[in-house]
Design a protein around this ligand. Sequence first.
Ligand code: BES
Ligand code: MN
Ligand code: ZN
Length: 498
Amino acid sequence: MNIKVIKGSPIKIKGVCLALWCFEKDVLNPVIKQVDKQLTGIIRQLVKEKIFEGKLNQTTFIYSLGKLNVDKVILIGLGKKKEMTLDKLRQTSATIAKIAEGKGIKKLMTNLPDMKIKGMPAMDIGQTIAEGTILSLYKFNKYKSEKNNNEKKLSELTLLTENEKNVKTLKSGVSIALKISKAVYFTRDLINHPGNTATPTYLAEQAKKIAKQCNIKCKILNKPDMEKLGMGGLLGVSKGSHQPPKFIILEYWGTKKNKAPIVLVGKGLTFDSGGISLKPGQGMEEMKTDMSGGAGMIGAIMAAASLKLPVNVVTLVPASENMPGGSANKPGDVLKTMSGKTIEVLNTDAEGRLILADALTYAEKYKPKSVLDMATLTGACVIALGNHATGILGNDEKLIDDIKKAGEVAGEKVWQLPLWEEYDELIKSDIADLKNIGGRGAGTITAAGLLKKFASEYPWAHLDIAGTAWTEKPKPYVPKGAVGVGVRMIVQYLRTSF
Ligand code: BES
Ligand code: MN
Ligand code: ZN
């Protein structure tokens, strides 16, 4: 996708299709009024008949039939001016792009919505429009034998601004969006690939490829390395599978080496059958997405590196399958983790916390400034928050607040659950230090409670994305399937962390 920014007037510009924005109850803003004059009052009529009112994501498509310098006009509603957010701009940009592509339009132009919303500089506006546009057009058709090459694709977007001074800032916003969106595409691809492609080995290979492209250091730990380190959690979970586990390490040193890095840990469970505590068959295919946290953390460091952010970032991804093979973990088995702590495995389906425990211990090596982990960890989080919010828990309120703020800017909602010590009791084992399940109640909290025991050496926050990693219902800038959740939020957090 080619996105240009030029100084120009929406009234005078020549081209194929022009998209114009408006607020509810104020459709006939100065720009649209002028266009409407040339269209001999069609828009005024549409408003009068309440066919188009400028409601959020409402659109109308008009053929100019020679009355304008452009052939077609798309009007897009932003909803109520007072309720405007950056994410609504992202959504409406996506809506315009999809309408245009659906009509076979290859080149689209748009002016900038007239908005002076608090904290919304031109750079963010450029970034947001570009992000919404690119992310909405994502497709995953790698397994279709008939490639629809004739498919008409929207390939160019031109942003028009009448203010020469804005051109440069808008351009830098667009360039940020291109880099971030590339990382989101990469993450979505990894997640959408089926489990027989996206094995731990494949994840490791993709990480190496990305590292080469982005000038990141990459190291992969294999089974013998894990044995030496005593990573009993990761080794235990992988025992039931023929696929060897991998421990992926990516390091991006964007500033002085002596500055403590931010460590990003992601669950890389490439298929979760549940193991001996086998999951029910219905819907099990969705468990190919159980590496969404890992994919997101690889995407996040990729974006950080291509943006050349002046921060040090490390991504750690324990990657494994969870299968019920002959040598699989059995309920009641006790594993010794890298930290030395032992965990009684009462349910082999609570495997994510076991592999994350070792990764959180490994993170200590870096003496990190903070550690953020992301995982499709608990079905309980889907019950608590549904598909609209990621759960957040941790041991540092400032870190949690910073991430919540970053989520707001990125349009990725996070909601905090408590991690009080009262819950610790629920994961005490009779025969080992800890047990990997905590009973029926507070499933997301007890899972995070176990992680907390391995994250005591640094400020830490945990993101449970079980409900937000995958969507059955398409949203304006997220087609059905992998969301790539977390990438934009974490990059936003990294951008504000120095
Ligand atoms: N990967 C699952 C959690 C999950 C569920 C992710 C639904 C996405 C959608 C995790 O490994 C799991 O199986 N958790 C169990 C834990 C239980 C056995 C304590 C769960 O939530 O049922
Ligand atoms: Mn599981
Ligand atoms: Zn899992």
